[in-house]
Design a protein around this ligand. Structure first.
Ligand code: FAD
Length: 465
């Protein structure tokens, strides 16, 4: 196999937010840096292309954030969503470092804008990228190029030469042929394994065939697998992931944000037997949207239907697809391929249990069901005003949490407890260190940016020393 003639100080594997933050950070410290991105230039940037915002602690309102979000509050939020399944030392370190991130990332050319409407009420806590994730990435790539970071596209890394925690070289595919590259240190920022359906099936069984992947088809976990096989310690439970309910008509990969459906709280959700299976009004939507992927994954054939009526049609952000519509519940069931009598019974039982209240979807209102199992605890209104509507939904997997273990310097930890000599990780591939389960909107980009910046700096430090 041929090797590239140059040996780099830092090799970065991946081409999303975590990779670019690492590359820029290492280069700014003085390292020579090569980025290997599996995607073509047009599709560069993995899941980061689809993002809109990130969640960083800050002590005061800014031009684009409506108020302070202290470190302790972000920690409380993380603790709540993960139900304590997080590494406190790493998480607190990330949160502390996130305060600098809003300035640092802006220094790399990224611009922010005020929160968009209909985006889960994040105006105080989350910074929105002007132009979205794609514009954010373009800014990072521009800065990296200006600084002299080298990038190769269509360069999927397929093997790593690692001996006893010491990285020596990587093999990547270039126009179908293997090519080697040597580097003094390495940062793995190649995402999770969400796009690898056979791997997902090891834990989810055949259900995984029905999962839709919201982001890139390139995050197949090749690097994660290689690292774990070569002795890096695993962290996180393999079925834990971020998964939301998305339109069942979305493409298998890369449907992005426009396929997500935020109308669960306005109606009822039934499975293919036209039966309800969970409290649609359990809590405010920003705290619950990320549980619905798993809930639908547990239903027969991994399909469900959000059913609502004309009163709610314009109360949520529309998705890329039109809802199914009909003038009766019976006809709606026929259009969806459900048993009409079963759906009519479910809707009638639901309607009969609704207790009158003052409907307000911005608070935990008093509109609820009585004597119904499962209950709908808030925002319960009768489904009685035609036309009737429904969206079919499937589990939309955003990213997986099974990870390589890292320390505060983003340095990989080997299964025998020793630190890897020259291997670092950032982003999804180490997200399980912080996210044992659950999710707080915007934290994916915080994990990538904070640990990417640290990983790049530290990867160069071990070389320099
Ligand atoms: C639809 C959608 C919306 C989202 N919205 C948000 C949001 O608003 N805020 C937020 O915080 N998070 C959001 N997320 C999650 C967020 O995208 C991720 O947490 C974040 O982008 C992860 O960054 P990363 O660099 O680790 O991974 P990615 O951005 O996915 O980058 C991984 C890179 O590795 C490359 N790669 C993979 N395998 C190889 C290989 N073998 N060799 C070379 N390269 C390889 C891929 O091509 C890709 O470029 C969203 C995700 C999706 C799918």
């Amino acid at each position: 196999m041929k090797f590239l003639p140059k040996t780099y100080d830092v090799l970065v594997i991946g081409g999303g937010n975590a990779a670019l933050c690492a590359a820029i950070s290492a280069r700014r410290e003085g390292a020579s840096v090569l980025v290997l991105e599996a995607a073509s230039k047009f599709y560069r940037g993995g899941n980061t292309r689809h993002t809109r915002n990130m969640r960083c602690a800050h002590d005061a309102a800014t031009d684009t954030l409506t108020g302070p979000y202290p470190e302790e509050e972000l920690w409380d939020d993380l603790l709540r969503v993960t139900e304590g399944e997080t590494n406190e030392e790493l998480a607190r370190h990330m949160i502390h470092e996130s305060k600098e991130m809003l300035t640092w990332i802006a220094e790399q050319g990224v611009r922010f804008q005020p929160s968009l409407g209909g985006t889960l009420s994040l105006g105080r806590t989350n910074s929105f990228f002007l132009g979205g994730g794609r514009a954010m990435l373009n800014a990072l790539y521009r800065t990296a190029a200006k600084l002299g970071v080298e990038v190769r596209y269509d360069a999927e890394v397929v093997d790593l030469d690692i001996t006893d925690g010491f990285f020596q070289s990587a093999t990547f595919k270039q126009q179908g042929k293997p090519c080697g590259v040597k580097a003094a240190s390495m940062v793995a920022a190649a995402g999770g394994f969400e796009s690898n359906i056979p791997w997902m099936k090891e834990y989810w069984g055949d259900a995984a065939e029905n999962f839709l992947i919201r982001g890139t088809a390139n995050n197949r976990g090749t690097i994660l697998r290689l690292l774990l096989d070569k002795g890096v310690e695993a962290v996180g439970e393999p079925t834990q992931c971020h998964a939301v309910a998305i339109d069942a008509r979305a493409p298998k990969y890369d449907g992005g944000i426009v396929t997500r459906l935020d109308c669960v709280v306005f109606g009822i959700v039934v499975n293919k037997n036209a039966r309800r299976f969970y409290d649609e009004g359990e809590d405010v939507w920003p705290k619950r949207y990320a549980i619905w992927g798993r809930l639908v994954a547990a239903q027969p054939d991994q399909i469900a239907y959000i059913v609502f009526d004309a009163k709610s049609l314009e109360m949520f952000m529309p998705s890329a697809y039109l809802p199914f519509t009909a003038s009766t519940v019976h006809e709606l069931a026929v259009a969806l391929g459900l048993d009409p009598a079963a759906l009519e019974t479910t809707v009638q039982d639901f309607n009969a249990s609704v207790r009158a209240g003052s409907f307000d979807h911005t608070i935990l209102d008093d509109c609820r069901t009585e004597g119904l199992q499962p209950p709908k605890s808030h925002w319960a209104r009768k489904i009685d005003t035609p036309p009737f509507y429904a969206y079919p939904v499937r589990p939309g997997i955003t990213f997986t949490y099974l990870s390589v273990r890292v320390n505060k310097e983003a340095r990989m930890v080997m299964a025998d407890g020793r630190l890897a000599a020259n291997m670092f990780a950032a982003g999804e591939i180490m997200s399980g260190n912080v996210l044992g389960k659950g999710y707080a909107a915007g934290i994916g980009m915080t994990i990538g940016s904070v640990f990417g910046r640290i990983a790049g700096r530290e990867a160069w430090r071990v070389v320099r020393n």
